[in-house]
Design a protein. Sequence first.
Length: 214
Amino acid sequence: MYVLTDNFSLYWEGFLGTVELTFYSSLLALFLGFVMASFRVAPVGSLRAFGTVWVTVLRNTPLTLLFFAVVLGLPRFGVVLPFQLFAILALGCYTSAFICEALRSGINTVPTGQGEAARSLGMTFGQTLSGVVLPQAFRSVIPPIGSTLIALAKNSAIAGAFSVTELLGTYKTLSELGYNIIWTFVWIAVGYLIITLSISALFNVLEKRYGVAG
């Protein structure tokens, strides 16, 4: 217990760092995931192709490699940002591919007749998607999106290797101070458990309120 009490401020700083990474990366992932899912089902071939390439490349690229590409590659093109923003970009873009596929699967569960009926009433593709299709698709994709964001929270641990303050990175300092490595990781695991259970609880509430009845 003294490992936590003696170093609570260090753990707290790492915990908040992981929460911030998870929160902002989730927002970016949800936004990009929605955009790419829209592209994937759009009537314009170039948009569908772009969405397909985005999902295929990111889903088949190791996240660590993506971190290297963002942190080391973007500055070569004059894009210089704090390491935390680089980490948010890497995590958000990577996770957006999985969010996109979850949304697209939900869109495919909506009967095509409803989209055709909306278009027959003169609604545009954007109006049909946002007003008819997505509200119904959202109900069926709540659980997979929740699981994806939980995975994002755990994936944020990679950011510690790129000079970003986060929970897992606290073990380096504590190890140098001579603390027991086992208890160091026990309290790190507790921190991640709090974050993932909070996300799970949030999506359980959303599923009970908006999800498809069993």
